[in-house]
Design a protein around this ligand. Structure first.
Ligand code: G1P
Length: 272
């Protein structure tokens, strides 16, 4: 059963400057709601009941967003606004589910995952990268279904344009079925020549807890960071089963300024 999700939130958000010089990118609103709340809702609807946020001192406003009780209480005391009361109930619900760990220097997603080790209770857990929104179909739910069938790790994937492969982790596949395949290998941000396919990793992973041991053994890779992709690669080489879930939903890239602007437009369109 997948009940826990970890969400790396310590990134600096440089691709989103100037918007992120004061405000964490994960709190920037998309059609009236912070990016992060879309991710939490996807998880809740997929049955997740506990979240581990990896934040940094610089991003303490994420903690404040969910734990600003006094602010709400004061306002509610003054005026009994129904909407504000509902919002307050929502953060109270989230408060019971969220734990925080700190990553004060940007050492990569692998390092972020390792910091959650002491909180992970089961053999498998979910990880979501909040830059990647997937709307219309619940991707985490689809992945949990595939995990139940295969009992393996699962990575969300979609075909991308060949000329963009160097932006992503790219999967090498075998035994392709209609909506999923087994992963043979994974290459982080390859050149077009070296890309084994055009199936890209999108930021949703169901990982085995064996990943912690693998991360510990890793030396820093590209950019001096510890990459989760490298740990996944060694687990695949050690015959652990990984599957690519070709998700049905619509992918929105919220990690760049142009993608962020477009996400708002796309979500708004979907509501009409
Ligand atoms: C990360 C992963 C990459 C994946 C991407 C999805 O890259 O390392 O494998 O394809 O997320 O968004 P980043 O966006 O941190 O450069």
């Amino acid at each position: 059963m997948i009940k826990q999700a970890i969400i790396p939130l310590a990134g600096l958000g440089t691709r989103m400057l100037p918007l992120t010089s004061v405000m964490p990118k994960e709190l920037l609103p998309i059609n009236g709601k912070p990016n992060l709340e879309y991710i939490l809702e996807e998880c809740l609807n997929a049955g997740v009941r506990e979240f581990i946020f990896i934040i940094s001192k610089k991003k303490s406003s994420i903690k404040k967003y969910f734990f600003n009780d006094n602010f709400y209480k004061k306002i509610i005391k003054k005026k009994k606004d129904k909407r504000i009361i509902e919002e307050y109930k929502k953060i109270k619900k989230y408060q019971k589910m969220i734990k925080f760990v700190y990553q004060n220097s940007p050492k990569g997603t692998g390092d972020a995952v390792l910091r959650c080790r002491k909180f992970i209770k089961n053999k498998f857990f979910l990880m979501l990268l909040p830059d990647d929104l997937i709307v219309k179909h619940n991707c985490s739910k689809e992945m949990i279904r595939l995990h139940k069938i295969t009992n393996g790790s699962v990575i969300a994937t979609k075909r991308v344009k060949r000329k963009t492969v160097s932006r992503w982790g790219i999967l090498s596949l075998k035994n392709k079925k209609k909506s999923y395949f087994q992963i043979n290998d994974v290459v982080e941000k390859p050149s077009i020549k070296k890309a084994p396919s055009n199936f890209a990793i999108i930021g949703r992973y169901i990982l085995t807890s064996k990943i912690f041991g693998e991360i510990k053994r890793l030396k820093p890779g590209q950019g001096g960071e510890i990459h989760i992709t490298d740990a996944i690669k060694s687990l695949i080489y050690k015959k652990n089963k990984f599957y690519g879930n070709i998700f049905k939903g619509k992918y929105l890239d919220c990690g760049t300024l142009s993608g962020y602007i477009d996400s708002g437009i796309q979500i708004n369109k979907g509501k009409k």
